[in-house]
Design a binder for this molecule. Structure first.
Ligand code: FAD
Length: 461
């Protein structure tokens, strides 16, 4: 029996996609990597995943787990050898349980983040994980990348929200750690190894997440600041004035507004005169919306920022503020090819990073068009460089550009991947930023879980 027939036999003919049907799964989000695969398969249960991985181990078939395929570093795209199978979890998409007493939700790994959030919301609770592409992202992908997002400052990364998971090891054994416990010190916490492992250790099939209290009041504001240091000062002062009510704190540079104006004209700018730097922030609590808005307005006035700030007066206005923030990736896409960085440094080092990285890039390319924005409340910036539109030649200068940016990152003891992961894009760079001991331990863990090396080859290590 040939491999495709064996897969059809194992999973059912409709679970095995080839040809045109497989194509969308073989091209990454940024269209940088186009892979080939033996097939794209869509198992419908943990038992089917287990049978599939036993077959893959026997036949030494490489396996590329895939969720929503929104990875920004090619982490879910196979190589071009056409030997791997892409395992899409799309058919394992159920919300299994919302346990109101335990304040948890249990979902299959192919459930979209949007569906999981909606299920929590309809039970009056909050699943906090949230970022621009919730309706595409699947739980396995969020876990596989330990994704961050728009409210990490208050709720933490996906890791902090995860209480338990179930995963299938490359040899088909099922790691059953689907426990909804907040305290469990019984030996090594193996689930943690899967979170952020980018599909290199096994396939996550289910997860239990902590739920949070759903805020009754949310207030959103756009606050122009004089520079990045002004943003950091605002964060500290607001933390004093509003405590842990700050749920989002995003920095947006003037170039971002210009880019939106150029490429997303359907969104007219919120300021007559564009600020050099601006913070998009959100406060949430369980009180009255009016009281929260007054608290924020008073705090901004006492900091001398009241006149320039725009505090949303309605939920619709708040949503419009977020639409600008979420338009930045789209505006960049329309602008053309860019060299992207997803860096983090200590929050206090953000102003120096911005000054020094810009100087380094301008020294390399006088025409460097730098787009800086992101989750500054977590010390995480998306720091991207355009040179001229429509040019894949931009990638030719990528190594030198990366070296310039990452030298500054290293000086401030930062990271080259704050939330997007390593994938295939940054694999070569990882050993420069993690010690030899860390790399040895990572390889040993990988070998312990996947001695045949079939899980997502060419990613991370
Ligand atoms: C416009 C835009 C905005 C974004 N904003 C953010 C943001 O704010 N914060 C952030 O962190 N990310 C962001 N991302 C990146 C991306 O959405 C996240 O990395 C997301 O977690 C990927 O989920 P996915 O389901 O698409 O996974 P995929 O891209 O399909 O896979 C990602 C990785 O997880 C692995 N994987 C997938 N499913 C499983 C599984 N069941 N078991 C084991 N491994 C698995 C894959 O092999 C791959 O290595 C953004 C992306 C876009 C396009």
């Amino acid at each position: 029996m040939n491999s495709l027939d064996a897969l059809r036999d194992l999973l059912g003919a409709d679970a095995v996609l080839t040809g045109v049907a497989a194509e969308p799964y073989l091209l990454d989000q940024r269209k940088r990597y186009r892979g080939k695969a033996l097939a794209v398969v869509q198992p419908a249960s943990t038992e089917a995943v287990s049978a599939l991985l036993q077959w893959c181990s026997r036949t030494r078939t490489p396996v590329v787990p895939q969720g929503g395929n929104t990875s920004l570093c090619g982490a879910a795209t196979p190589d071009d050898s056409a030997t791997a199978i892409v395992v899409s979890l799309a058919r394992m998409n159920r919300v299994l349980e919302v346990d109101a007493g335990n304040n948890t939700i249990t979902v299959e790994a192919g459930c979209t983040l949007a569906d999981a959030r909606a299920a929590a919301a309809s039970a009056g609770r909050l699943l906090a994980a949230h970022w621009a592409v919730d309706s595409k992202v699947r739980i396995g992908g969020a876990l596989g990348t330990n994704a961050g997002g728009l409210n990490v400052l208050h709720y933490g990364n996906t890791r902090e929200l995860t209480l338990g998971l179930e995963a299938v090891l490359p040899d088909g054994r099922v790691l059953g750690a689907l426990r909804g416990l907040r305290k469990d010190n019984s030996g090594y916490d193996l689930k943690q190894l899967f979170i952020g492992s980018e599909g290199t250790l096994g396939i996550i099939t289910r997860a239990v997440f902590r739920l949070d209290t759903r805020p009754t009041a949310v207030t959103t504001a756009l606050v122009p600041v004089i520079d990045a240091q002004g943003a950091i000062d605002l964060l500290r002062n607001l933390q004093t004035a509003a405590g842990d009510r700050i749920t989002s704190f995003e920095l947006i540079s003037r170039r971002c507004w210009e880019l939106i104006a150029e490429h997303c004209p359907e969104l007219p700018a919120p300021f007559a005169s564009l600020p050099e730097w601006c913070v998009l922030l959100e406060l949430s609590d369980t009180g009255m919306a009016e009281a929260l808005r007054e608290r924020l307005t008073a705090a901004l006035q006492s900091l001398g920022l009241g006149a320039l700030a725009r505090v949303a007066q309605t939920a619709e206005e708040g949503a419009a503020f977020w639409a600008w923030r979420e338009a930045i990736p789209e505006a960049q896409k329309r602008r053309g090819v860019s060299i992207k960085h997803d860096i983090a440094v200590p929050i206090s080092a953000i102003p120096a990073f911005l000054i020094e990285a810009e100087a380094a890039l301008k020294a390399l390319h006088a025409d460097a068009d730098i787009i800086a924005f992101g989750h500054v409340g977590d010390g995480n910036l998306h720091y991207n460089l355009f040179r001229d539109d429509v040019s894949d030649a931009a990638y030719a200068v990528e190594p030198a550009v990366n070296a310039a940016v990452y030298e500054v990152v290293a000086r401030y003891h930062g990271t080259i991947s704050a939330e997007h992961g390593i994938g295939q894009l940054k694999r070569e760079l990882l050993p420069q930023f993690r010690s030899a001991t860390e790399m040895d331990l990572m390889r040993a863990i990988k070998h312990g879980f996947d001695p045949l090396g079939i899980m997502n080859p060419g990613k991370i290590l």
